[in-house]
Design a protein around this ligand. Structure first.
Ligand code: NOJ
Length: 524
């Protein structure tokens, strides 16, 4: 790989939801040693970094996003020694490790909260947001008021998510220091970066004012969230974090921008703030070139003004998987089109475990639902369990994920859809993804070249040129299930760079694309 390759900008980041990846200790939950055991698979796929969703001790009110100790490993997932082994083995393969830091809130079982709730004169009494009565109209994201009465302390505390996730008081300097110590703990252990969970809601309005109302379906959506997040103090925290990160070479911090907007992305990014802030437009786009192009154009115009390098998130542990969003059947045509788009973006691609084999969401009966919003809002919202099912490694019992009953059911398609089978199948989405990752690595133009979007495109066709100096790569994606005729841009002679349809050599000026065809051409 070229010298100027910056892993977190130019590489591919692969998110692992540890409890669903690979279970070595056979307790039905994936574990850290399980990830280590699959590193060769990940290296072969070609990913550059792993973002690990939380594996810290947790009572599982929000499946790991309610942490009761930020600097340890939940024994169900292994030990700190297992973590060190994973880190070491990843680094040996040139794979970086990004941890998920949840610093907006803790579990109500965390010693900080346990101490804080004792009375209003203990040393941690101000570590959370306590009030004698409910001071405002703030709602929690997963349903219900954001204030819950604590019998012991005889006061209300604030929680943006479930009541078992009290928000910490970032205005307290001791809290701030304790949080920074968490960063230092993991940096000292050698981690390469962090993903900050809902960072932009760390601070709430000092006066706890009411949010203005707006139209929306759920109570949380019926407010403009101007007072329960995005407060001016946030930037100074990012600056402090970045200065800590800068004490270590080559580190990275990406923020999960809650209610991402263009303004927020600009505000929180920068040489002295975040390296990157997520935007989620790809996650919500319909299967229409126009929708994806809008997301790309937004990033591009922003990048022009600010030099911010885009990032593209195709899926994560909070949303239905792309193959589920875009396909009704088991065929992977549409999933491949989307994967090809992601891997030819001028921006860091984020992949979610299992997307490389086109995993589908599981569907659960009401009684099987684990996720809090699913329990609260079923059947309107069935929660996020669907995209968190165990990784499908092979066709053995429990898809090779575990010898014990997995914490969530394995998808019923696992005998036909699994890594072992797809590795052997030339046409599988696994081999398609792997080939495209390798192609991206071999063609710097695909990583950092300009993206040029033509003003007109034939119906249901998405095409764009990636350009670096004299080199041009033309990406053509047929979003339709029909054959479509296209004329290639004039002034260049094009040859086939990537095709799964035995196209070779020079391209004709006029081409007939097959249904859902993915085609890359290079100028010569
Ligand atoms: C955002 C995370 O992505 C989500 O999974 C979690 O439930 C909330 N933050 C609360 O931590």
């Amino acid at each position: 790989m070229k010298k100027d390759f910056l892993w977190w900008r130019d590489g591919i980041i692969y998110q692992i939801y540890p409890r669903s990846f690979n279970d070595i200790n056979n307790n039905g939950l994936g574990d850290l040693a399980g990830i280590t055991a699959r590193l060769d698979y990940l290296a072969d796929l070609g990913v550059d970094a792993l973002w690990l969703s939380p594996f810290y001790p947790t009572p599982d009110a929000d499946f790991g996003y309610d942490i009761s100790n930020h600097i340890d490993v939940d024994p169900r997932f292994g030990s700190l020694q297992d973590f060190d082994d994973l880190l070491h083995a990843s680094h040996e393969r040139g794979i970086r490790i990004i941890l998920d830091l949840v610093l907006n809130h803790v579990s109500n079982q965390h010693p900080w909260f346990q101490q804080s709730r004792v009375d209003s004169s203990n040393p941690k009494e101000d570590w959370f947001i306590w009030q004698d009565s409910i001071p405002n109209n703030w709602e929690s994201v997963f349903g219900g008021k954001a204030w819950t009465y604590d019998e012991k302390r005889e006061q209300y505390y604030y929680h943006m998510f479930v009541k078992e996730q009290p928000d910490v008081n970032w205005r307290n300097p001791e809290v701030r220091k304790a949080q920074m110590d968490v960063l230092r703990f993991w940096l000292e252990r050698g981690v390469d970066g962090f993903r900050l969970d809902v960072f932009n809601v760390y601070f709430k309005d000092k006066e706890l004012r009411n949010n203005p109302k707006k139209w929306g379906r759920r109570a949380f959506e019926r407010q403009h969230h101007i007072y329960d997040g995005d407060q001016p103090e946030m930037e100074s925290v990012l600056k402090e974090m970045r200065s800590i990160m800068n004490e270590y070479p080559d580190r990275y911090v990406v923020g999960e921008t809650f209610f991402a907007t263009r303004e927020k992305i600009i505000r929180y990014n920068g040489a002295d703030k975040l390296n990157a802030a997520f935007d989620f437009e790809f996650l919500w786009s319909k299967f229409k070139p126009k929708k994806f192009l809008k997301a790309i154009e937004n990033w591009e115009s922003l990048a022009e003004e600010t030099q911010i390098f885009p990032n593209y998130v195709l899926s994560n542990h909070d949303s239905p998987r792309p193959a589920t969003r875009y396909s009704k059947s088991e065929d992977d045509d549409r999933a491949k089109v989307i994967m090809a788009m992601l891997l030819t973006m001028r921006g860091t691609p984020f992949l979610y475990y299992g997307d490389e084999i086109g995993m589908r969401d599981i569907s659960l009966k009401r009684s099987e639902i684990m996720d809090p919003p699913g329990i609260k809002y079923w059947p309107f919202n069935k929660g996020r369990d669907g995209c968190r099912s165990p990784m499908q490694w092979d066709d053995s019992v429990n898809a090779g994920f575990s010898k014990e009953k997995p914490w969530l059911p394995v998808h019923s398609n696992y005998e036909q859809r699994n890594v072992a089978l797809q590795e052997k199948d030339e046409d599988s989405i696994f081999n398609f993804t792997r080939d495209l990752i390798a192609l991206r690595k071999a063609n710097k133009t695909l990583i950092s070249g300009k993206i040029i979007i033509p003003s007109k495109m034939p119906y249901k066709i998405m095409s764009y040129i990636r350009e670096d100096g004299d080199e041009k790569i033309l990406v053509i994606l047929n979003f339709s299930n029909r054959k479509r005729k296209i004329d290639l841009p004039v002034g260049e002679s094009w040859h086939i760079l990537f095709s799964k349809h035995e196209r070779e050599g020079k391209a004709e000026k006029e081409m007939m694309l097959l249904p859902y065809e993915v085609l890359f051409l290079k100028n010569s």
